[in-house]
Structures are given as structure tokens and as C-alpha cells.
Write a protein that binds this ligand. Structure first.
Ligand SMILES: [Zn+2]
Length: 337
């Protein structure tokens, strides 16, 4: 029964995972796998120390098996395989307008509250989504990032036959590209890392490296001047914010996925001239988890290929160090059970 605890910049220690008996409406899980996310890397680097109390069990990309039910829980049974939507909504307020996933009292489980990178984890039953019987639990740990991509593509209103450009080919950028392709869109990925580009090409995504090619010219060439109907900014970089307005066509959409840590210069004239729309996206809603599980269950996402490595929880510190040293990797999972 182990837990991966963040103990300060670049230190993830192994502690005890204490089995907390589930209260009313709660469920205790035996965690199988927990993916390492960009957010976990931010925590690891000490960038979120104001928000994370020490020591904190981190992790929010979890697959698990239900092992104990609190009073009144009827939505799952002991033994069910589940993924966790790690959001605690708190008290509902009217001005959230029903969007509690970005609402006033939202707490993110795994940042604001203890996370799932541990053997035993107690969470509200409403956070659980059942996995199909045949789905490997390792794939189940990818439901959370896949739900991010489903949410972003849904709010970007991507339709079949459209052209999308994804700026930034990390795990989320790749998943957005893959989900947009499932929707019938043509996808061009802009990514500076050659091996990630190569990987994307193997998955059937057209790639362009902005360090070697002019992305605007390349997209123009690929689309006979039509440019993109929808652009996803996933890089979080100043060049990404600069180029994003050069890519959409008339009434095109820009979907802001990345967390930009500071204000960026953006060419606002483009919004006026071509009636471009900017759409902010964050996290996911219940329906996004359902759709992600459906797509994954139908085999529409190349999940095995997205998993770079599965490491035992004892190796969590070494795995974080490895991710830092290897920008080519896609998704690393920690085996918690
Ligand atoms: Zn994440």
C-alpha cells in the first residue's frame, strides 16, 4: 500500500497509502494505473507550490477497481473497473450557469485534494465512470486525457470534412488530433520535436515542424489556400499564440487549450477581419468522459502506442526525472496496485 507524495521541488517520495473508509456517497478504490500529466510535471517542478499542500499525493489520470462502497452508493459495485473524473464541485452557485467543471467552488482532485497515485483512494461516487469489461486497466488510465481532447474537439465544433491545425504535439495535442480525425476532419500538427512529429505521422497525422518550415505557407499549400476551419493552440508558447491567428479561414475557430502562464501579444485585427472566434476550453464534463470511453472501447484511438512506459510506483521519482530528460516520450503510467 504505497503512495507517491510530492514533497517539494523535484522530490516525489514514497509514503504509505492509508485506506480511508468511504463515507456516505463515497467509494474506496484499488488504483491500478495513474498517468503522469503535464500538470503533475508543473507540480514536480515546484511551480504550483502555492496551491499544493505538502506532502501531497498527486495524480489524477486513474484507472481502478471498486473495492468498498459507502452508504447510498448504487451507481457502481465492488469489482467494477472504473476511470475517475477528478472534479469536486462543492456548493452549486447560480452564476456558474450549470458549468460546475469551471465553476466558483471547483476543486481538482490530485492538486487541491489528495490524488490517485496510490494503492487505495477514496473519492465521491459521482466521479466514477465504468470501463467496458474488455478494456485493459492500462488503457483506462488514458480516459482522463482522452476526455480533455473530446471536450476540446466538441467545444471547437469540429465537423467532418473540416481542416484542423493542432499547434503542439504533446499527449493532449496528439489526442486532440486523433479525436478530430475520428470526427472526419483533416488534421495538420505543428510540433517542434522531430521524433514526436514522426510518431504523429505513423498515426496518420500530417506534420509540420515550425523550426524548419513556415507553418502558414505549409497549411496554405496543403489546403490550396483554404486554410484551417479550426485551430487548437496546445503549445502554451509565445510563437504558438502569434501564429494561431494566421491559420484560420473566414469564421474559423481558435480553441485555446494551453495554459499560457503570462499574457501574450496576439493579432486582434484578425478577429475583426475574418470574424474569427476564440473558444476557451478547460477540463471536461460528464459527457466527455462517456464519449472518450466509447471511442476507446470501439478501438478508435491507438492507446497502446500512446503509452511510452509503465513503471512501478517505487520508481516514481526516476520516472519524473526520465520525463524531464526525454521530451520524445508520450504517456508514462505508474502502476499503483
Ligand atoms: Zn491531466
Amino acid at each position: 500500500m504505497k503512495a507517491a507524495n510530492y514533497r517539494g521541488a523535484k522530490q516525489i517520495g514514497i509514503g504509505e497509502s492509508v485506506a480511508i473508509p468511504p463515507g456516505p456517497g463515497e467509494v474506496r478504490l484499488s488504483v491500478a494505473y495513474c498517468g503522469i500529466c503535464g500538470t503533475d510535471m508543473h507540480i514536480y517542478h515546484g511551480h504550483m507550490d502555492q496551491r499544493v499542500s505538502l506532502p501531497q499525493t498527486i495524480g489524477h489520470e486513474v484507472s481502478a477497481v471498486v473495492s468498498e462502497l459507502g452508504d447510498g452508493v448504487e451507481t457502481v459495485q465492488v469489482g467494477d473497473k472504473v476511470a475517475v473524473r477528478p472534479l469536486m464541485f462543492g456548493e452549486a452557485v447560480s452564476f456558474d450557469k450549470g458549468h460546475a467543471h469551471v465553476g466558483k467552488n471547483l476543486k481538482f482532485i490530485g492538486i487541491d485534494l489528495p490524488g490517485g497515485m496510490q494503492s487505495s483512494w477514496t473519492v465521491p461516487a459521482y466521479t466514477l465512470h465504468k470501463l467496458p469489461e474488455g478494456m485493459p486497466l492500462s488503457h483506462g488510465a488514458l480516459v482522463e486525457p482522452a476526455a480533455v481532447a473530446v471536450h476540446d474537439v466538441r467545444l471547437g465544433k469540429v465537423r467532418a470534412g473540416e481542416t484542423c491545425v493542432v499547434i503542439g504535439g504533446g499527449p493532449i495535442g496528439l489526442l486532440i488530433a486523433l479525436v478530430a480525425k475520428v470526427k472526419g476532419a483533416r488534421v495538420v500538427l505543428s510540433e517542434v520535436n522531430e521524433s514526436r512529429l514522426e510518431f504523429a505521422t505513423k498515426l496518420g497525422i500530417e506534420g509540420v515542424n515550425p523550426m524548419r518550415q513556415n507553418v502558414v505557407e505549409k497549411v496554405s499549400e496543403l489546403t490550396d489556400g483554404a486554410m484551417a476551419d479550426c485551430v487548437f493552440e496546445v503549445s502554451g508558447s509565445a510563437p504558438g499564440a502569434e501564429i494561431m491567428t494566421e491559420l484560420p479561414n473566414v469564421r474559423g475557430r481558435i480553441v485555446m487549450v494551453a495554459i499560457h502562464p503570462e499574457p501574450r501579444p496576439v493579432n486582434l485585427f484578425k478577429f475583426f477581419w475574418s470574424e474569427i472566434q476564440l473558444i476557451g476550453v478547460r477540463l471536461y464534463e460528464e459527457c466527455d468522459f462517456d464519449e472518450a470511453i466509447e471511442l476507446m472501447g470501439e478501438g478508435k484511438l491507438p492507446l497502446d502506442q500512446l503509452i511510452t512506459e509503465i513503471a512501478p510506483i517505487e520508481a516514481v521519482q526516476a520516472t519524473f526525472e526520465k520525463i524531464d530528460a526525454n521530451p520524445d516520450g508520450i504517456k508514462y503510467l505508474i502502476q499503483c496496485g
